[in-house]
Design a protein. Structure first.
Length: 257
């Protein structure tokens, strides 16, 4: 995190950044990082109480909004709220993700398959659909779609997750082509395993998850949420002014093998 004496502390001064899936783990770390660097942060999540609690922690430059990223009308209302409160939007981070589901194409139900793609991929489409006009009207901005190392390499019994995250990487590239002339940069970011509550769906605690998953990464450990937030802030910022249409692997070397 930055401190008041850090030159990065004002990197987002006067900027407004919208984050979906913002209430815990990576999303909450991104919100804290952007706020520390001067941004006003809109924390959008289906868990409204959790979003309100996070905003109470973050202070007056944070706003909690309830949203369902799979519902276009819900996302449109979020952007209406952003427009009414701030009158601008400079950054969008789509971090919302469905709960992990084990299964092959044979095992998964159609409903489970659609849910994974609806939250991760269609959610990114809808967030961008309603966010980009506000960003463009203000002169441009940056979009970051949070993907995964499994957008690049597959893992067993995670076919819906792998497909959705790979779709995000290519969605970012296609959006970058479409909107570069309007001042919009679009990138994806692919983390490796990260020490978040999401891992507790599979392991009893984060230490156990690190023991199991850490050796698969060249650096020998899983990431901390702040490490993903730091990389996301780079892509959002003017420091990445010549970066668009790319995927940033922040995976501790997982996909190298």
């Amino acid at each position: 995190m930055t401190s008041p004496s850090d030159p990065l502390a004002a990197r987002f001064a006067g900027k407004v950044i919208l984050i979906t899936g913002a209430t815990s783990g990576i999303g909450a770390a991104i919100a804290r990082r952007c706020l520390a660097e001067g941004a006003s942060v809109v924390c959008a999540d289906h868990a409204e109480d959790a979003a309100v609690n996070l905003v109470e922690e973050l202070g007056s430059r944070a706003l909690a909004v309830r949203c369902d990223v799979t519902d276009g009308r819900s996302m449109e209302r979020v952007l209406d709220t952003v427009r009414g409160r701030f009158g601008r939007l400079d950054g969008l981070v789509h971090n919302a993700a469905a709960p992990s589901l084990d299964g092959t194409v044979v095992d998964l139900s159609e409903e489970q398959w659609r849910r994974e793609l609806d939250v991760s991929l269609t959610g990114a489409f809808l967030a961008a659909k309603f966010a980009l006009p506000l960003m463009i009207s203000g002169g441009g901005g940056s979009v970051v779609l949070i993907a995964s190392q499994f957008a690049h390499v597959a893992t067993g019994k995670a076919v819906a997750y792998c497909a959705a995250k790979a779709g995000l990487v290519h969605l970012a590239k296609a959006m970058a082509v479409d909107h570069a002339g309007e001042g919009i940069r679009v990138n994806s970011l692919s983390p490796g395993a990260v020490a978040t509550p999401r891992l507790l769906q599979r392991w009893p605690d984060l230490e156990a998850a690190d023991r199991q998953l850490g050796p698969a990464h060249l650096l020998g450990r899983i990431a901390q949420p702040d490490e993903i937030a730091t990389a996301t802030a780079f892509l959002l910022s003017a420091d990445a002014s010549f970066v668009t249409g790319t995927d940033l692997l922040v995976d501790g070397g997982y996909a190298v093998r």
